[in-house]
Write a protein of this length. Structure first.
Length: 194
């Protein structure tokens, strides 16, 4: 895959429609695990939300993968309009969620479509579209004995890494430009972690 367009950072939006409150969230993502982390973060921020409708798009052309979720709203009234905003912006590797708190007045299917579309659009307006190299990632676990060495390699090579502590060491998720995959894997193979 050649370069593609996505969003630069996480962004948010907010608006009210007939008493209902809508919070929009847009995130750059690289895989399904990123989607889960973003959704968990939103659920933590909005534990009493009635609906967290969302969509994500990964890849381009024949490698495209997407899911749209109406989360209890009428079919195709939320997830599809959100996905439509991602497509309209000409971007990929993007996750957008719109949280709705019901305000007492029903919006109807047409009103819901417009509201979720607007929530997604406003979240994207708070962002910047950038062109990036395709990304790849590797995941592995290391024990405490190799943690210093591995983290030294990560630091020395300025690798984008997510670290999760576990009982017997750490789990690492390292992302990088797809074209650098063999070189990055080579940094860790000699230590037997891949």
């Amino acid at each position: 895959m050649s370069t593609y367009k996505t969003i630069n950072k996480a962004s948010t939006s907010f608006f009210k429609e007939k008493g209902s409150k809508f919070y929009g969230y847009a995130f750059p993502i690289n895989n399904n695990e990123d989607v889960k982390e973003c959704l968990d973060q939103i659920k933590e921020e909005h534990p009493k939300a009635r609906h967290i409708c969302s969509a994500f798009l990964l890849g381009v052309d024949d490698d495209e993968y997407y899911i749209a979720n109406d989360d209890g709203e009428p079919a195709n009234s939320a997830g599809a309009p959100i996905l439509g905003q991602i497509r309209s912006a000409g971007i990929t590797n993007t996750y957008i969620a719109v949280v709705r708190y019901f305000g007492g007045t029903k919006l109807g299917v047409g009103g819901l479509i417009q509201a979720y579309k607007l929530g997604a659009s406003l979240a994207l307006q708070e962002n910047e579209i950038i062109e990036v190299e395709p990304q790849a990632s590797i995941q592995f676990k290391v024990g405490f004995d190799l943690m210093g060495t591995v983290l030294g390699i990560v630091d020395k090579n300025n690798l984008n890494t997510k670290i999760k502590h576990v009982n017997d060491g750490v789990k690492l998720n390292i992302s990088f430009d797809e074209k650098d995959e063999e070189a990055v894997k080579g940094l860790f193979k000699r230590w037997g972690v891949l």
